[in-house]
Every structure is written in structure tokens, then in C-alpha cells.
Design a protein around this ligand. Structure first.
Ligand SMILES: CC(C)(COP(=O)(O)OP(=O)(O)OC[C@H]1O[C@@H](n2cnc3c(N)ncnc32)[C@H](O)[C@@H]1OP(=O)(O)O)[C@@H](O)C(=O)NCCC(=O)NCCS
Length: 178
């Protein structure tokens, strides 16, 4: 259920700049102390905007945005087919980011539910996410939503290698809102 005062809708190409802004802000708020400052300092709007427009134009994923009154877009999620399916999980939430001021009001749960609905509509029955090891807040969130720790791997950000974990929902209907 979408929390009162918020709206969740599909993201469009015209939302690219607002989504990219949320992405940069949420990275800075969430990954300081997890990723090197030099990596975060390079994570800026111009590059994010280019890659966001590419994502929206490619239409290989579905995007949902969360809006709040005059603040506009303050969160988003991308989902689609799993890039490297773990334990047979067909769908993947590629990204879910909410700026700090609007966290913990139920938007993350609502965005995950929208993704689960969208993936189910495409015939997928399960979903997974990847999360960086040090992102304990997001791991607690996925665990609270019933995600099962399924796999570990490594990601490279610049010259920093970080451990990451996959969480799976073998039955994504547990995440669906309706
Ligand atoms: C992680 C994130 C998506 C969660 O969204 P959110 O809107 O803050 O979470 P919600 O309010 O929907 O919480 C849903 C449930 O998870 C729990 N939860 C959320 N964050 C938690 C935390 N840090 N620790 C423990 N539980 C947490 C909530 O208490 C809630 O449980 P309840 O429904 O039983 O009350 C959001 O905080 C965020 O964008 N963080 C920064 C970016 C990020 O790390 N994204 C994930 C990248 S893999």
C-alpha cells in the first residue's frame, strides 16, 4: 500500500533528470563509509543522467517512481528479468532508492510490491536483488520483507572490490500488494 501523501506511478523518459538526482543523492547518503569517497565523489548527475536516459530508452526494465507533494520524485525502483538468475529466480529488482528524508515510511515496501506486480504480469513467479555487504540497512529491509539470503559475489566500483549478497523471493506473490 502506498503511504499517505505519496504517489507511485510508472517512470517516463521525461523523469530521467529527477530520477538521476535521487540516485546520486541516495548513493551519497547510503554508501559513505561503504564505498571509497573518491568513487562517491565521481558519482555525479551528468553521468547518471546519461545512463538513466539510456535505461529508459532501452525499455528492458520497468521503472516506478515515488512522488511526494511539492518535493516531486523522491524515490524510484527498476525491475526486469534477472541478469544472472540465482536459484532460478526469474525477476530482479535492479535498483530501489529513496532519499533519506523519505525512508522508513513504507515506500520501499510499496515500490517492491509494484515491481512484484509488474514482474508477475510478465509471467515471472520469483525475484531477486543484489545488495552490497556493508549496506546493512538495506539487508535488514530485504530480510524484513522475507528475502532469503541465497548467494554471494563481488562487484567492482572503480578500483574497489566489494562483496555483495543476493536475496531471493522464490514466490514473489508474498511481496505483491493486491
Ligand atoms: C532500503 C530502502 C529501499 C528501504 O525502503 P524504506 O522505505 O526505507 O523501507 P520501508 O519503510 O518500506 O520498510 C519496510 C519494512 O522494512 C523495515 N526496515 C526498513 N529499513 C530497515 C532497517 N534499516 N533496519 C531494519 N528494518 C528496516 C521497516 O521497519 C518495515 O518493517 P514493517 O513493515 O514491519 O514496519 C530505503 O531505505 C533506501 O532507499 N535506502 C537507501 C538506498 C539503498 O540502500 N537501496 C538498496 C540498494 S540494494
Amino acid at each position: 500500500m502506498t503511504p499517505a501523501g505519496y504517489r507511485i506511478r510508472r517512470g517516463a523518459l521525461a523523469d530521467s533528470e529527477a530520477i538521476a538526482q535521487v540516485h546520486v543523492q541516495a548513493w551519497n547518503e547510503s554508501y559513505r563509509g561503504i564505498l571509497a569517497d573518491s568513487i562517491l565523489d565521481q558519482y555525479q548527475l551528468p553521468q547518471r543522467l546519461v545512463s538513466r536516459r539510456r535505461v529508459m530508452e532501452a525499455q528492458q526494465s520497468q521503472c516506478f517512481v515515488a512522488e511526494h507533494g511539492n518535493a516531486g520524485i523522491i524515490g524510484f525502483a527498476d525491475c526486469g528479468a534477472a541478469r544472472e538468475p540465482i536459484r532460478g529466480c526469474a525477476g530482479e529488482v535492479w535498483a530501489v532508492y529513496i532519499v533519506k528524508a523519505h525512508q522508513k515510511v513504507g515506500l520501499g515496501r510499496a515500490l517492491m510490491a509494484e515491481c512484484a506486480e509488474a514482474l508477475a504480469a510478465q509471467g515471472m513467479a520469483s525475484l531477486m536483488v543484489w545488495v552490497v555487504e556493508g549496506n546493512t540497512a538495506a539487508r535488514a529491509f530485504y530480510e524484513r520483507l522475507g528475502g532469503e539470503l541465497a548467494e554471494s559475489g563481488r562487484d567492482s566500483h572503480g578500483n574497489q572490490s566489494v562483496r555483495k549478497f543476493a536475496y531471493c523471493w522464490p514466490d514473489l506473490s508474498t511481496l505483491r500488494a493486491r
